[in-house]
Design a protein. Structure first.
Length: 228
């Protein structure tokens, strides 16, 4: 079993998401001895944090085991680190991603995650279910309160009849899941579902939802393809 490092540039690391999610899970994997690969090797993330404030970068680096840090993004992109991750201000992301691609980096571009990123409601003859990214609630037909005119406001709690589905598999932070999948993809060409095309489809769907709501009609989603 061999252990090898993989350099990960995190631009905007001193921001809230950069610090509490992306950097946190990479450092956790490092401290756990690395990520186990199919062949038994351990892949150890070696973050290089990048930002504009040298003082904040130095403090963050010290707090996480003497990480490498720099305010020189050009030098970071010119260096040997294999992965570039941008979680700085979204306005400059397209340009930064293009620069990282031109520098030959594997690129992971961030989008914001929230509990209401996705919510699905399913209604059937025997009951209903509402699921988000992390939790799911169900309500059987028998437990559904019957609505009637004149119902006293405040006397009936519509949420009380919903039951949370127990989580039997445990919870793994989605940022951690994404990083494990992306690192395995880079290191051993493992499948990775969150590709550029899938990201484009997500943006397309969000835009169509807004348009559908504004125009009050159904809209068709055109098939997206990445030019050869």
């Amino acid at each position: 079993m061999a252990t090898r490092k993989i350099g990960v540039i995190i631009n905007g690391a001193t921001g809230r998401i950069g610090t509490t999610q992306h950097l946190r899970h990479l450092v956790d994997m490092r401290d756990e001895g690395g990520l186990a690969l199919r062949n038994g090797d351990r892949l150890v993330p070696d973050p290089l944090i990048v930002g504009r404030d040298a003082g904040r970068l130095e403090a963050l680096a010290k707090a996480n085991g003497a990480l490498r840090f720099t305010t020189d993004l050009d030098a970071a992109l010119a260096g040997p680190d294999e992965i570039f991750m941008d979680c700085a201000a979204t306005g400059g992301r397209p340009l930064l991603v293009r620069r990282a691609i031109a520098a030959g980096k594997h690129v992971w571009a961030m989008r914001v995650h929230r509990d209401d990123t996705m919510s699905v409601e399913i209604d059937g003859t025997l009951g209903s279910a509402v699921a988000g990214r992390n939790r799911c609630f169900v309500q059987s037909d028998a437990a559904t309160p019957e609505a009637f005119f004149g119902m006293a406001l405040g006397k009936v709690d519509p949420k009380a009849q919903w039951t949370e589905v127990p989580d039997t598999r445990g919870y793994i932070n989605p940022y951690r899941q994404c990083w494990e999948g992306f690192l395995r993809h880079v290191a051993e060409d493992a499948p990775f579902v969150s590709t550029l095309l899938e990201g484009a489809k997500a943006v397309q769907l969000a835009e169509l939802v807004y348009r559908s709501h504004a125009e009050g009609r159904w809209l068709d989603a055109e098939e997206l393809r990445i030019p050869a």
